[in-house]
Design a binder for this molecule. Structure first.
Ligand SMILES: C[S@@+](CC[C@H](N)C(=O)[O-])C[C@H]1O[C@@H](n2cnc3c(N)ncnc32)[C@H](O)[C@@H]1O
Length: 255
């Protein structure tokens, strides 16, 4: 992950989720639209890579949620739900006494999610959650942190909608910063997987999504930036745990 990218905007400090990648979207103001179009165009192919890897990523999300303290009966918000890889697992864990809500800005991804997830889904973004203060016991975000406009703004929203004592769980890709680990990860995620995606789907947007995936994870904010930003909005003892090729962040709202 790269070093912290911050900028001052009307007095507040924006914490960028990754270094600028203007070669894709032109300028920051166009990034959100670019990302949503990319997900809309490749939504039907999104699960292909999960399947190529025997759905181990799906299983891992459930394992990690349990380890972070998700329990039956809890009320969960899954932000950036995509095709419901996290929400499906969360719904199984919380059971009939609990409830899982999903939110995502991409209508294409929401349509795919609705094939496998039958809870309430809202269209929206991490930085402006249409929920009241203190509504959820647990808030999740899987492999999407790089798409928010401002880590501080998104985390402040997570803090607001969680109950006192509530947990935030974030799963994100990890790239070793240098050396052999970086080279191997680049060969896999930057070369092999975009190529395999094109072969398996025949879809140029799906390949472009994987190219973009590699560049954003390679240029993502550091783990320390993520934990410091969680702390700056009020979360207690944010911590991360490495489980190559992903990293999990967990923090609690005091109370
Ligand atoms: C890589 S998918 C992750 C899906 C799922 N959470 C998982 O674990 O596989 C990223 C998702 O983030 C969504 N997204 C993009 N920008 C977002 C934003 N600003 N706020 C919330 N979600 C966003 C996309 O529409 C997409 O569905």
């Amino acid at each position: 992950m790269s070093s912290t990218q911050t900028s001052e905007t009307s007095g507040s400090r924006r914490v960028a989720p990754h270094a600028p990648l203007d070669e894709y979207y032109g300028e920051e103001a166009k990034r959100h639209r670019y990302v949503i179009d990319l997900f809309n165009q490749s939504a039907q192919h999104y699960n292909t890579i999960e399947k190529l890897f025997g759905n181990i990523g799906l299983w891992y999300r459930g394992y990690s949620l349990r380890r972070a303290g998700l329990r039956p009966g809890m009320r969960v918000l899954d932000v950036a739900m995509g095709t419901a890889a996290v929400a499906r697992n969360a719904a199984k864990i919380v059971g009939p006494q609990g409830q899982v809500f999903g939110i995502d800005p991409s209508i294409g991804m929401i349509r795919e999610a609705q094939k496998v997830f039958h809870g309430p889904i809202t269209r929206g973004i991490a930085g402006h959650l249409p929920f009241r203060e203190g509504e959820f016991d647990f808030l999740t975000m899987g492999i999407a942190l790089r798409h928010v406009a401002d880590l501080g703004e998104a985390f402040a929203e997570y803090f607001r909608v969680l109950k006192p004592g509530g947990t935030v769980w974030i799963l994100e890709a990890h790239v070793p910063p240098s050396g052999l680990g970086h080279w191997l990860t680049k060969m896999m995620w930057g070369k092999a997987i975009p190529g395999m995606t094109l072969l398996a789907t025949g879809s140029e947007p799906a390949k472009l999504l994987m190219d973009y995936y590699w560049d954003t994870i390679d240029q993502a904010a550091s783990r320390e930036t993520v934990t410091e930003t969680l702390k700056s909005v009020g979360f207690d003892e944010p911590r991360y745990r490495m489980a190559h090729p992903v990293c999990e962040f967990v923090a609690r709202k005091p109370g």
